[in-house]
Design a protein around this ligand. Sequence first.
Ligand SMILES: NC(=O)C1=CN([C@@H]2O[C@H](COP(=O)(O)OP(=O)(O)OC[C@H]3O[C@@H](n4cnc5c(N)ncnc54)[C@H](OP(=O)(O)O)[C@@H]3O)[C@@H](O)[C@H]2O)C=CC1
Ligand SMILES: C[C@H]1O[C@H](OP(=O)(O)OP(=O)(O)OC[C@H]2O[C@@H](n3cnc4c(=O)[nH]c(N)nc43)[C@H](O)[C@@H]2O)[C@@H](O)[C@@H](O)C1=O
Length: 312
Amino acid sequence: MDLHAPVYVAGHRGLAGSAIWRRLEAAGYQHLIGASSSELDLRDRAATFAFLREHRPAVVIDAAARVGGILANRDHPTEFLSDNLRIQVNLMDAALEVRTPRLLFLGSSCIYPKYAEQPIRESSLLTGELEPTNDAYAIAKIAGIMQVQAVRRQYGLRWISAMPTNLYGPNDNFDPTSSHVLPALIRRFDEAHRDGAPEVVLWGSGTPRREFLHVDDLADACLHLLEHYDEPEPVNVGVGEDVTIRELAELVARVVGYSGAISNDLSKPDGTPRKLLDVSRLNALGWKPAIALEDGVAATYAWYQSHREQAS
Ligand SMILES: NC(=O)C1=CN([C@@H]2O[C@H](COP(=O)(O)OP(=O)(O)OC[C@H]3O[C@@H](n4cnc5c(N)ncnc54)[C@H](OP(=O)(O)O)[C@@H]3O)[C@@H](O)[C@H]2O)C=CC1
Ligand SMILES: C[C@H]1O[C@H](OP(=O)(O)OP(=O)(O)OC[C@H]2O[C@@H](n3cnc4c(=O)[nH]c(N)nc43)[C@H](O)[C@@H]2O)[C@@H](O)[C@@H](O)C1=O
């Protein structure tokens, strides 16, 4: 890709978008374009078209979305469906109008059936029922994949989709109710450690298995895909290994230095029992992650400690 080409990173202040922005800067990209949601609400179709007409990006990376953990998804399906459909349709329709030649759409591993064969291959898409706690969000993401494929087929633009596994890292959402499990546990174990609390409570049974990818690895994979991939099928982005939520909690406790008890709140949902991605397609393109889970959690905890006020 041309280092002087205008590259628009939608959602550049979020967990994934900010890491992608850092990665592009490090690679020498000179013309990065970003706008916060208060500057440009991508649900506003006219404003989105005006922005794309003004900037005419050569590359669009769609890391803008309404995102949240299992409870936020379960309790706000209307917004997760409606906001995400509008954000991605407006952005892609506007990018089509200005004939943006290259676009990367970020989906999510939750697009696959709840009981998909593990590890989950890209070909599992639409082969079974979705996990009910995030079906609305998943349907929006599946529509995004279809829009990328439709534009490729009808207009010949080189647009692609990537399906990341659960992400973590700096600039994550550490809110106790709306966040994903890893930032939630970093915050909860840190508070328990500092308060001398005897117990930390996990949501659910602790038995579900999840795969975690550091967001700097995700950003590297996104650049790699933009440089090396041009097919309609989505590409899974993960590490190919998973842990139970209980094992994750023990890891976070170790990193934080907490030695109290860990218990379970069985009134909270477990969600999908397992969500391990088959990453052979990405590996075959010559990409592998570099950050081991324990190192990534330690680095994220260090970041959290120096950003407690703004992250809380
Ligand atoms: N986090 C995860 O574990 C995973 C994330 N993904 C996907 O990666 C992408 C990025 O997620 P992540 O970085 O975690 O999410 P964040 O919530 O950290 O960031 C989302 C970004 O989207 C922007 N945004 C939200 N609504 C609007 C809007 N109406 N108009 C303009 N911008 C908007 C926000 O802008 P602002 O900050 O200015 O308000 C923010 O920068 C999403 O597509 C998500 O589905 C996929 C798998 C796992
Ligand atoms: C990325 C992905 O993220 C979501 O799916 P999820 O993987 O189920 O997400 P989660 O990180 O919230 O939970 C993982 C597991 O962890 C358990 N858990 C324990 N204790 C806490 C806790 O304190 N907070 C949270 N959030 N979960 C906890 C929790 O009960 C569950 O068993 C969807 O938004 C989906 O749409 C999506 O794309």
